[in-house]
Design a protein around this ligand. Structure first.
Ligand code: HEM
Length: 189
């Protein structure tokens, strides 16, 4: 199997678990709690990568400004957003392979994000791009950005790197799952 096939195939059970844990937003309140959790994950995950020697891998792909914009649109003050809990139980983000495997997970989620955006428009009254910028991510550029990232993965693929990339993607899914599963109010809204 190629690296891309392995990533898709070997992390598929993690994706299913995470998708089942999150569920499609069923109300504005449910959606808002989900975005708060995405924000709490992204702030620490992105800043960890940005402080590493492989920060350039995330260039043009950071998204915490989008979750912040969505939370401001939902009515949270800057202070409330700043004080949201952050996820510190992150996967190891040191080597290039670890960082690439981890970015695969968050970049891949832009694909599902397109579907979630349509769900928000159809069922929760969102429209015109405001309030769901995180899920819209790159908008019309999603397919191109995904292809570009897959090219980066393919370039780094090799007998000595693939296992580490795939393991890091699995750890990232596990970390996200634990983070969302541990959201006290997610099941109640
Ligand atoms: C309710 C939540 C979610 C739904 C409905 C969903 C749905 C989808 C769909 C439909 C695709 C395939 C798109 C395509 O092949 O064109 C996809 C791919 C993917 N999603 Fe999700 N997703 C969800 C949550 C997430 C989350 C939270 C993450 C990680 C942060 C994630 C990571 C990925 C990855 C990595 C892929 C790419 C798989 C590959 O082709 O290699 N998804 N998702």
């Amino acid at each position: 199997m190629t690296l891309l096939e392995r990533l898709r195939y070997e992390t598929q059970p993690h994706h299913s678990d995470l998708e089942a844990c999150l569920g499609l937003p069923r109300s504005k309140a449910h959606y808002c709690v989900q975005i708060q959790r995405f924000h709490g994950f992204l702030v620490s995950w992105e800043t960890t990568i940005e402080k590493s020697e492989h920060a350039s891998l995330l260039q043009g792909r950071a998204k915490r400004h989008l979750t912040r914009a969505d939370l401001e649109f939902a009515g949270l003050t800057r202070a409330e957003i700043e004080n949201l809990p952050r996820c510190y139980d992150l996967p190891q983000l040191e080597t290039q392979s670890q960082i690439l495997g981890s970015i695969y997970v968050l970049e891949g989620s832009t694909l599902g994000g397109q579907m979630i955006s349509r769900h928000l428009e159809k069922n929760l009254g969102f429209g015109g791009g405001e309030g769901y910028r995180y899920h819209q991510s790159y908008g019309a550029e999603v397919p191109a950005k995904w292809r570009e990232f897959k090219d980066t993965l393919v370039k780094q693929s090799g007998a000595d790197t693939d296992n580490e990339i795939v393991a890091s993607a699995a750890c990232t899914f596990a970390s996200l799952h634990a983070w969302f599963a541990g959201t006290p109010s997610l099941a109640q809204v």
